[in-house]
Design a protein around this ligand. Structure first.
Ligand code: FRU
Length: 537
């Protein structure tokens, strides 16, 4: 089968590959979820290429990295992103553009920003200047304003320091067409090589525009009353957080602590390298921000996601009902350029809602899929109680695993989950209750050799915040990714996977007596025109 699969991929530019998986009915100790599924891979059809995510955002073609300019306005979520339209590796950066009414289904738009004589268009953010404080539009037709980093390649080649400055562009037709501001750059610097990724937002408390950007391994905070002229107010970072690499893509926003009236500010800072499991990841700080200075009592380093593939994530400006919605780039700079896809590269995480809670008196940032994701789910199997005897296992035969969500509650005891396909690729999740660690092992999950660091090690995370008697597991698998949310996102793990065939079986094992309650297996509807798996009407 493996040989056939490889052959078909090699010659299948115009041929559809059809795999019929016949599953044995009710094997010993096995739970059969659906007996027969047809899986087609057809690179000639829209979003049906091998490994193409079926319900995550990915560009139609070519290279994508960070999410940029995330803004909600008049019923539309705008997503801009780092984009190179000529190749599937990083190159001269543009801003790609897509829109969505629900953060689930996306419509591709024309490229928004092109590089110019000041440089490539690196990461940044966008706001609606509703009161036309910039004067670049009118009160009746306010401008959408993007503030981004210019990266000057000529300067870089000449070995100059001041390669990065901040530029502004505006749109008078809700993001359809853009003009660069004629007095760019709006924020300059002469001493730092790494000076980028501005996040701009309206601060309702201090009634000013705020902007945070990274300068080396520090965050800098600015104020403005017209979005054009900015004043540096303060710097944060010395002796705080992880410093294994350059700081990138900051964001700062206020959240209420769940169930209280207390408000805290959250500062997100991506870092590359220096991630807990190698390469790039996003850390966070909980503290206070008075519009000028960020302060925190936090001593330890905290991460938004403990998997390897959630980077450069930031949040939406002006999302309805005060919701704080996060999207990350589902990759890692260690191997982003080498992943085994053919005509596009990489995807975004699912849109996630962020919230704050306290566990043992400590603030924890929680993230889970936005509520509207539930509309994509169709229940295929559910069971109130599944008992696993000490040292035994239960297998679920489910050919649609690579487009599914699985949820259950388990005792806070050892638990191992093994995803398996017909060619014996295995993806293993292991929770060790005594050691209080969660491990993802993708070393034999499928294609892993495209870059050494991808499948080299298991990824282990200490999980001291799993203090409840039962642990809620939510696992979302797409064709080339897994997202795990433990206890509603107290811990989140996002990783890319490239199985040679979709996984068809899930085995749940335990070295202790386990009781699995309220298990539910659901298929996830594809969001593009067609889906790899035919979805029920
Ligand atoms: C983060 C990053 C940003 C930069 C962009 C360039 O992934 O390195 O700091 O603006 O990518 O594409």
């Amino acid at each position: 089968m493996k040989h056939l699969w490889t052959q078909i991929i090699a010659v299948s530019l115009f041929i559809s590959a059809l795999f019929t998986l016949n599953c044995v009915a009710q094997e010993n100790n096995n739970v059969l979820i659906s007996s027969k599924e047809t899986i087609t891979v057809d690179p000639t059809q829209y979003y049906k290429e091998l490994f193409r995510p079926q319900f995550h955002f990915s560009p139609e073609k070519k290279w994508m990295n960070d999410p940029n300019g995330m803004l909600y306005y008049k019923g539309t979520y705008h997503l801009f992103y780092q984009y190179y339209p000529e190749d599937i590796v990083w190159g001269p950066m543009h801003w790609g553009h897509a829109t969505s009414a629900d953060l689930i289904h996306w419509q591709h738009k024309k490229i928004a920003l092109f590089p110019d004589q000041l440089g490539y268009i690196f990461s940044g953010s966008a706001v609606m200047d509703v009161n036309n404080t910039s004067g670049l539009g009118t009160k009746e037709n306010p401008p959408m304003i993007a503030i981004f980093t210019y990266h000057n390649m000529e300067f870089e080649k000449a070995g100059k320091i001041n390669t990065q400055t901040q530029g502004l562009a505006y749109s008078l037709d809700e993001g359809e067409t853009w003009k660069k501001y004629e007095a760019n750059p709006i924020i300059n610097n002469t001493t730092l090589r790494d000076f980028r990724d501005p996040k701009v937002f309206w601060n309702e408390d201090s009634k000013t525009w705020n902007l945070v950007l990274v300068a080396g391994d520090r965050a800098q905070f600015y104020t403005s009353n017209n979005l054009l002229h900015w004043k540096l107010e303060s710097e944060f970072g010395q002796n705080y957080g992880a410093h294994g690499g350059v700081w990138e893509c900051p964001d700062v926003f206020k959240l209420k602590v769940n169930g209280t009236q207390e408000e805290k500010w959250v500062l997100l800072v991506s870092i590359n390298p220096g991630a807990p499991n190698g390469g790039s990841a996003t850390q966070y700080f909980i503290g206070d921000f008075d519009g000028k200075t960020f302060t925190t009592a936090q001593k330890e380093i905290k991460w938004v996601d403990y998997g390897t593939d959630n980077y450069a994530g930031v949040t939406y400006n002006d999302a309805p009902k005060g919701e704080r919605v996060f999207l990350g780039w589902m990759s890692n700079w260690n191997y982003a350029r080498n992943t085994p896809t053919t005509n596009w590269r990489s995807a975004m995480t699912l849109a996630r809602t962020l919230s704050l809670l306290t566990i043992n008196g400590d603030y924890v940032l929680q993230s889970k899929p936005v509520e509207q994701f539930k509309k994509q789910l169709t229940t295929e199997f559910s069971k109130e109680e599944i008992n696993i005897k000490k040292g035994s296992e239960k297998t679920f035969v489910y050919p649609k695993l690579n487009q599914s969500q699985i949820q259950f509650n388990a005792k806070n005891k050892n638990l191992k989950l093994i995803f398996l396909n017909e060619v014996n690729d295995t993806l293993i999740l292991n929770y060790d209750a005594k050691k209080q660690t969660f491990v993802i092992d993708r070393r034999h999950s499928g294609k892993v050799n495209f870059e050494k660091s991808f499948g080299e090690k298991t990824h282990s995370t200490p999980t001291p915040n799993l203090i409840s008697k039962n642990i809620h597991f939510e696992i979302i698998l797409d064709w080339s990714s897994i997202e795990v949310f433990l206890n509603e996102g107290v811990y989140t793990f996002t990783e890319q996977i490239f199985p040679n065939q979709p996984y068809t079986k899930l085995t749940i094992q335990s070295t202790e007596k386990q009781e699995i309650k309220n298990s539910i297996f659901q298929s996830v509807k594809g969001i593009w025109k067609n889906s790899i798996f035919p979805t029920p009407n």
